[in-house]
Design a protein around this ligand. Structure first.
Ligand SMILES: *[C@@H]1O[C@H](CO)[C@@H](O)[C@H](O)[C@H]1NC(C)=O
Length: 417
């Protein structure tokens, strides 16, 4: 191990000879990228974009290098009646990603839910429904051509026991609807990475195996599939795969088939109000998930299903549960959970000179000491060197620890340097 204090001193004095480079702002995304991933991102939705503090946080690319529209690219929004396409809402999210310089995961083309009744109850025969499916996909993927890093082509096609979920596509077309959808998407935008996306496939078991079989099915049909999205809507203390090694083993079963994996809708819910013990467990659980993705080269990134409890889907879907995200209902960062994700990615102090080791030590030490209070009292305390201390929408502490000064990087980010 390098003697870190000395190293920092030497670096500060310029003794190492390596130039002091401007540092990218530290955050969840910059750490993910430093760990070799493409992004750390968040889902979002159109109504909440009028919340300026929320929007500032979402647009902070130090934390979020990627966004996913929660609803506005789904079938009921895009093609509410046959042959009538409405891209206004989806375009808002795509334009925001472009404006912010964020990657876009496009979500989702074929899903049994949020599917208009003209499709579900149309009584179409096999060939007609295939043409409707192909027309929807061709139209939408062509509209967003060149803008989508990923497309979630088919979403949630499986039951918990690994059998195919009964829906109008399965009933009318059979399992072939899945490869037919992938083939149509690939033809419309050859450069978008095409994903199958589902929940409860994060751990080995019948459903994970069935999702692997979908990869094989699509390939057997001669169509392209690039990845599998693990939604990861998890529960504190019960995250499916309970260890980094269990996560990596399950992910490796997918990557062995020649596809990437991504964690696409991560949140970890608990009974509300969350106890200090639950928050501590949640921080560990987030770190386990991130650790799994970090360890698998073909895990390309992690997306949380919105970043704040203020706009989480959990409380309205699971009564008495929530507190699932790293920011609370007041957009205050939960220091313990946030730091757990940050540190699970690693130090983020890549490539230049010898300062990384010093940062690792400082960050890890600080996390250990701040972990104890276990609540989201982000506004108090001091910020460790390299940490965020200000910026639009920032509600955390602004006081830097001794030896560092809060320095503005841009409107969204000030850092203790
Ligand atoms: C519907 O047509 C497709 C394409 O010809 C075929 O692969 C599939 O098996 C058919 N489904 C049924 C239920 O006949």
């Amino acid at each position: 191990m390098i003697p870190t204090a000395l190293t920092v001193l030497l670096a500060a004095l310029g003794v190492t000879g390596s130039p002091v480079e401007p540092r990218a702002a530290d955050g969840l995304n910059t750490r993910a990228v430093a760990a070799g991933k493409q992004y750390f991102g968040s889902a979002t939705d159109n109504p909440e974009l009028s919340d300026t503090a929320y929007l500032a946080g979402l647009s902070n690319t130090a934390d979020f290098g990627q966004i996913t529209p929660g609803n506005s690219m789904k079938w009921d929004t895009i093609e509410p009646s046959r042959g009538t396409f409405s891209y206004t809402k989806g375009d808002v999210i795509a334009d925001l990603a472009a404006k912010n310089g964020q990657l876009l995961r496009c979500h989702t083309l074929v899903w049994y839910n949020q599917l208009p009744s003209w499709v579900t109850n149309g009584g179409f025969d096999n060939s007609t429904l295939i043409s409707i499916l192909q027309n929807h996909i061709t139209n939408e993927v062509t509209h967003y051509k060149g803008k989508c890093l990923h497309w979630d082509v088919v979403n949630e096609a499986l039951n918990e026991d690994g059998t195919y979920r009964t829906n109008v596509f399965y009933t009318t077309i059979g399992p072939a609807y899945i490869p037919i959808a992938f083939a149509a998407a690939a033809a419309a935008d050859p450069s978008a990475k095409l994903y199958y996306n589902d929940y409860n496939i994060e751990a080995a078991g019948s459903k994970s195996t069935a999702a692997q079989n979908i990869v094989k099915l699509v390939k057997a049909y001669g169509a392209k599939i690039d990845g599998v999205g693990m939604q990861a809507h998890l529960i504190v203390g019960s995250t499916g795969s309970e260890s980094v090694s269990a996560w990596t083993a399950n992910m490796n079963a997918f990557t062995a088939l020649g596809v990437d994996v991504a964690i696409t809708e991560l949140d970890i819910r608990t009974t509300t109000p969350a106890t200090a013990a639950a928050v501590t467990q949640q921080a560990k659980d987030y770190a386990t998930v991130i650790g799994g993705c970090k360890a698998v080269t073909r895990c390309v990134g992690v997306t949380i299903w919105d970043y704040t409890d203020k706009y989480s889907w959990i409380p309205s879907t699971f009564s008495g549960q929530g507190a699932a995200l790293p920011w609370d209902e007041n957009l205050v960062k939960k220091t313990e959970v946030y730091n757990a994700i940050l540190n699970a990615w690693g130090t983020g102090r890549h490539s230049t000179g010898t300062t990384p080791t010093a940062t690792a030590t400082a960050t890890a030490t600080k996390t250990t000491t701040t972990a104890a209070p276990a609540t989201s009292s982000a506004a108090s305390g001091t910020v460790p060197k390299w940490g965020q201390c200000g910026g639009n929408g920032w509600t955390g502490p602004t006081q830097c620890e001794a030896g560092s000064t809060c320095t503005k990087a841009n409107d969204y980010y000030s850092q203790c340097l």
